[in-house]
Design a protein around this ligand. Sequence first.
Ligand code: SGN
Ligand code: CA
Length: 535
Amino acid sequence: LALCVVSTAHHATAAAVSNAKENAAEQRPNILFIMSDDHAVQALSAYGHPVSKLAPTPNLDRIAKNGMRFDKGFVTNSLCGPSRAAMLTGKFGHKNGFSYNGQKFDGSQPTWPKMLKHAGYQTAVIGKWHIGKKPEGLEFDFWKILNDQGEYYNPDIITKDGVERVEGYATDLVTDFSLQWLDKQRDKSKPFALLMHHKAPHRNWMPALRHLQQYENTKFPVPETYFDDYQGRTAAAEQKLNIYRDMYEGHDLKMTKAAGSNELRYDRWPDHFARLTKEQRATWNAAYKKRNDDMNNANFDDKDMALWKYQRYMQDYLATISAVDESIGEVLDYLEANGLSENTLVVYTSDQGFYLGEHGWFDKRFMYEESMRAPLLMQFPGKIPAGSVSNELVQNIDFAPTFLDYAGVDIPADIQGESLTAITSGEPVENWRQSLYYHYYEYPGFHSVKRHFGVRDQRYKLIHFYNDVDQWEFYDLEKDPSEMNNAIDKVEYKAEIARMKTELSKLMVQYDEPDYSEWKDAVLKRGNRWKKGGK
Ligand code: SGN
Ligand code: CA
């Protein structure tokens, strides 16, 4: 507007301003947002967990070395769809309309990719989407996605032209499509925002052919809580996430029916294996044969069987991460080789954490540490100090404001997350949030994890399970990092519990949660599909 009133040398001024704008536009960073599905912190070696030492992720560790590792990165709701919706909008599920899997994301609402596009970015999503059949309403310049949960082998790929079954391994295909877009399909005069979303290491943990035997001789350390009896924790006792009780022996653990046979035991969704070509299947069977025959001949008792299952689960889960790690390496190499590294913010995270046998579990959902916490690494040379570590409480609603901030786009007032740029600058941070709010809704549902909400601060966690139970839990994470001792009735914590209850109420007001009485008995809109007793 100011330009309109300048009459002399109008053109010169306008041209100068527009040049300056263009230069500024060129300076706006590219954003490469890489997310995998169900990648546990324990399985990323930059975090140093004993499991990851046996299955290192050297390429992911490059991001930590080049930039910042967040040690307290959390989600609002440990489930794929709700987490993705929170990331796209910067808002909790009760605000963005996505609180449990099976809902459809309303793409007409403001999202950071759309806002960046309107600010002149080229935007694309490649890989797992899972919050609707297509990314409708988000106005991506380009999209190429897996169908729903996605398949590991020869997956169906959906684009605006329709569905096509593409031969190959999902992680490799998502990498190839991403590199193709970066190299040949985007408008290079604009900054880009690419959402590269892997399916791996999601259930049912099918490694690439080249990794099938990668960990067959590795013995992973069994968590101390593997045979947890869930004392003092009603909800934990009623879940269906148990490795030795709830995993499908064929589908998940690739166990065969008898020595000498390739026929899988219970395989709930045989389509995953039916997708392999004859040649792929032959390589697959050969890779598992000896281990399966040995298991079938062993005559294990229950305990040894449970321990065997843990090792098989870990071998497969971690082998799917090998392909993810290779993918990250390829993409980082591409950025470096093409002069893009300097001006690209690279983010790696997962839609939530995951249990690797802690409490005897796989999957996520609970507000306990392993699933509420997710890996988070960010590099941006010159802007984020190399090799830095943050211990601040950050949450997946912070991505949207962070990306808008880096791109110089105004952050809408109703976004509930905070820009992380104060933290990523590496300067001491003042006035950062002291606690996090969490809410999980999907019950009755697959895996039978009760509905709950709660608060976590730097040291304590308070959880309220509700709906068909009414149970409070309290943990001192410093003294009880494995969350085995529900201290809700312990007199020595009385004051802390009262303080955390107040904190919880404060957060519910701050985030504008509907009154508890309005939703406590609500039935999931998906109807009776998730009847108690499992899928
Ligand atoms: C599938 C999995 C579940 C998992 C959900 C949600 N079963 O249904 O174990 O909890 O996805 O995962 S599977 O055997 O079909 O793979 S999420 O990551 O999409 O939230
Ligand atoms: Ca997930």
